[in-house]
Design a protein around this ligand. Structure first.
Ligand SMILES: Cc1cc2nc3c(=O)[nH]c(=O)nc-3n(C[C@H](O)[C@H](O)[C@H](O)COP(=O)(O)O)c2cc1C
Length: 392
């Protein structure tokens, strides 16, 4: 069933960015109901929010209810998450002090949904002790905050107070929407993307991995309450928020990054496509072309899962097998050789599965030899399927 987000918009320059939040939520199939303060309507017309949310925008408490089919209390009840972005110093102060003198502050007082506040204001206002005290108080009673960022503000000042990026706010909303926090307190280490093995300063060997699958697992684990560390090779994906990101380049870097963190993790998901080979000799200068063929000798990289298998104590280790043939047979061999708990096998030769696609067709094989087949699913659904099995 679709989720409902109530978005409160208060009167600051950053109001226009709230339009992007609505648009991003709608693209994810989430219903959005916007409540604006009177001041907010000085910055952006309700019609813009109405068009993007496809729902009537509420401003006035005492408006004729015939023009609006949802009463304010039912909006408060309808919310799965209540977000205020941008939140002015004024609105934060009112909520912290129990004032409910307009539609936004009244509805937020009536809601039992998690409330997420994204402040945006001039740096001096943000640093004001009263504003800070109000934020601290609201945090202490369970309100969530997305901190403003530092930079050049619309008023010309440079400092903290810029509204957090809409993408980051939407990620926080998704974390709050996902109610099953069945991985709370677990440290999950995930690898993603390809590695690059240098031939010379301008050329390298890599593979077709885009990192989509590993990033999807990282986001899903984060939304389920885990502390996530994502070790990633070079990708074009924006780093997800609220995840510890470790950027690596080569297979050797990835081995070191995993090895340093393995003992303290509870789960390792190795979804990166780590290069098996690297050029034996990396040239420090660009190799000049000649009329002859060029032979590059390759040497074996460390197999990360094999290297750490004897250090396994309490960890659950999940491997990936991207194969083009004999998928099951190869996956079963890998489980034994690398002492894995599960392996996720996918046939990368299939359409809509494997590298670069948004979907994947997988089989999950456990160490007892049980095999589960899954239909083609989005990588987000594959991520949750893997985590469901992990939790079980
Ligand atoms: C041009 C302009 C920009 C403003 N920007 C902000 C802002 O970014 N953050 C803020 O807290 N107040 C800002 N204010 C002040 C608020 O609009 C003012 O405190 C107002 O009472 C807030 O009402 P509301 O909280 O009901 O929306 C701005 C005012 C003006 C005139």
């Amino acid at each position: 069933m679709s989720k409902n987000v109530v978005l409160g918009v208060s009167g600051g320059i950053a109001c226009y960015k709230a339009l992007d939040i609505v648009s991003r939520l709608k693209k994810k199939g989430i219903n959005v109901y916007v409540i604006m303060t009177q001041s907010a309507t000085e910055f952006v017309a309700p019609l813009s929010f109405q068009s993007l949310s496809q729902n009537y925008v509420v401003v006035d408490m005492f408006e004729d209810p015939k023009t609006w089919e949802v009463e304010h209390i039912s909006l408060a009840e309808k919310a799965d998450v209540f977000v205020i972005a941008p939140a002015t110093a004024n609105v934060i102060g009112k909520i912290a002090n129990g004032i409910a003198d307009d539609m936004l502050t009244t509805t937020v007082m009536a809601t039992k949904a998690p409330v997420l506040i994204a402040p945006a204001m001039n740096t001096n206002m943000y640093e004001n002790k009263i504003v800070q005290r109000n934020i601290e108080f609201l945090r202490s009673i369970g309100y969530h905050f997305v901190e403003p960022e530092s930079g050049r503000l619309a008023c010309g000042a440079v400092g903290k107070g810029k509204l957090a990026e809409p993408e980051k706010i939407v990620e926080y909303i998704e974390m709050l929407l996902y109610k099953e926090k069945d991985l709370t307190g677990k440290n999950i280490l995930i690898t993603a993307g390809p590695t690059r093995e240098d031939i010379d300063p301008v050329r390298f060997i890599t593979n077709r991995s885009t990192g989509k699958m590993g990033y999807a697992i990282a986001r899903a684990a984060r939304d389920r309450g885990a502390n996530v560390t994502l070790i990633t090779g070079p990708t074009n994906i924006n780093p997800p928020s609220f995840i510890d990101i470790v950027n690596v380049y080569s297979a050797e870097d990835m081995y070191r990054a995993v090895s340093e963190r393995f003992d303290s993790c509870d789960v390792l998901v190795m979804s990166a496509a780590v290069a098996d080979y690297r050029p034996k000799d990396r040239s420090d200068i660009k190799i000049k072309k000649s009329d002859d063929d060029l032979k590059i000798e390759l040497t074996r990289n460390k197999d990360i899962l094999f290297e750490i298998k004897d250090r396994k104590t309490h960890q659950v280790v999940i491997g990936f097998a991207a194969e083009t043939n004999d998928v099951l047979e190869n996956a079963q061999k890998k489980i034994k050789k690398k002492n894995l708990d599960f392996i996720v096998a996918n046939d990368v030769s299939q359409k809509d599965s494997g590298f670069g696609t948004d979907t994947n067709t997988i089989k999950i094989i456990d160490k007892f030899g049980n095999i589960k087949d899954y239909p083609n699913m989005s990588k987000d659904d594959v991520a949750h399927t893997i985590l469901d099995l992990l939790v079980k």
